[in-house]
Design a binder for this molecule. Structure first.
Ligand SMILES: Cc1ncc(COP(=O)(O)O)c(C=O)c1O
Length: 391
């Protein structure tokens, strides 16, 4: 019997990294070491406090049962306390927070909760590719909001046609931004909140990188929930993946407007059964006890970004270093074919990076390097690229 795939699966765009995987595998088969700066997956281990907590908590059979859909109250309280300390906002842990199996889960399910077939979702481009897939799976229409370098990678909200605004149910925003590493100034968030309020659009704010930034607390990224009116229009997704090096643990949260939390929870109740309780309990330890490790890790990422950009500049390629995320986002050194440059970097320097066009058409001509390998490898990758460029 031949299996018929649904149209939504048949028409899926290939995932950013899948086309590079073959080339990587080919080099590996020939015994050539490839330095992978493609995927943004922290190499630094999860902090010990959290690992010890998981060992302890998973010995308790009470954690072995189905978890609650919304998440343990103490986990939700820990998230609310974290937001209060970090962003100065009051969040009710009973009605305004829910756990997620990683923020990707919430981002994917949000359109199912809030978008009807034929509704528009406002989606930035370039962006984390899940937003577009999620909207299409829900039967929604994507209205692309270009993120242009000359506009600080912020969407031009005034350019969105009035009829699209009328039919838009949600707007995705993500700052600190993947892939551009841009940060949104508070004034932009205020404008976006006003815009959403005026057009009755739910803002789905992806804050997965809120804690990955250089320097001190004064230039820390903000949450729209802390801006006037933010709590009314916004459902924010947060994650322990990047700040606490917990990508494999699958734990995150959604928080903000209580009605929106309830809506997303209704989808979740029909799809999965929550986050393993031993992981939730260990995530509390991360939120409460791992701030020093998190700051230390940020210093490591900053050092790697600066070193990579410094070495590459020796070949005359100036890569901007943003204060946030562990990504470097840069125009290709020549021309605008990012995929060809990726292939050239793999073949000639044995370095993998992500082609900008994998994040949307406005990513064309850009490359993203993830600083998620140790400094020695970052240096080696940069040196090999310099040799390649000077050839
Ligand atoms: C912008 C952005 N949002 C969300 C996620 C999902 O993170 P997680 O599901 O691990 O919380 C990622 C992962 O790379 C991301 O880059």
């Amino acid at each position: 019997m031949s299996i018929k795939l649904s149209e939504r699966v048949r028409t899926l765009k290939p995932y950013v990294f899948s086309s590079l995987d073959e080339k990587k595998a080919d080099l590996a088969a020939r015994g050539i070491q490839v330095i992978d700066l493609g995927i943004g997956d922290p190499d630094i281990p999860t902090c010990n406090t959290v690992i010890k907590s998981l060992k302890r908590e998973c010995m308790n059979p009470k954690t072995h049962r189905y978890p609650s859909y919304q998440g343990r109250l103490d986990f939700r309280e820990a998230v609310a306390d974290y937001y209060s300390a970090r962003f100065g906002v009051h969040i009710d842990p009973v009605t305004q927070v829910m756990s997620l199996i990683g923020s990707k889960e919430g981002l994917f399910h949000a359109p199912l909760a809030f978008v009807d077939p034929g509704d528009y979702a406002l989606v930035p481009d370039p962006c984390y590719p899940i937003y577009e897939t999620a909207v299409k799976f829900a039967g929604g229409l994507v209205h692309t909001m270009p993120l242009l370098e000359e506009k600080g990678y912020l969407p031009d909200l005034d350019a969105i046609p009035e009829d699209v605004c009328r039919r838009a149910a949600i707007m995705f925003l993500n700052y600190p931004n993947n892939p551009t590493a841009a940060i949104a100034p508070p004034e932009f968030l205020d404008k976006a909140i006003e815009f959403c309020k005026k057009h009755e659009i739910l803002m789905i704010y992806d804050n997965a990188y809120s804690e990955i930034y250089s320097g001190n607390r004064r230039n820390a990224p903000v949450s729209p929930l802390s801006r006037p009116g933010g709590m009314d229009v916004c459902l924010e997704m947060g994650s322990l993946s990047k700040p606490f090096s917990m990508t494999g643990w699958r734990v995150g949260y959604a928080l903000g407007n209580a009605e929106a939390v309830r809506g997303l929870l209704q989808v979740k109740k029909n799809v999965d059964s929550g986050v393993f309780e031993a992981i939730q309990l260990s995530a509390i330890r991360a939120l409460q006890d791992c701030q020093d490790e998190m700051r230390h890790n940020n210093d490591i990422y900053t050092g790697r970004k600066e070193e990579f950009a410094r070495i590459i500049s020796e070949a005359g390629w100036n890569i901007p270093v943003s204060d946030s995320t562990f990504y470097l986002w840069t125009r290709v050194p020549e021309g605008d074919d990012d995929v060809a440059w990726c292939e050239k970097l793999i073949a000639q320097a044995n370095v993998v990076c992500a082609p900008g066009s994998g994040f949307g058409e406005f990513g064309k001509g850009y490359l993203r390097f993830a600083m998620t390998v140790p400094l020695e490898l970052v240096q080696k990758a940069a040196e090999k690229i310099v040799v390649m460029l000077n050839r």
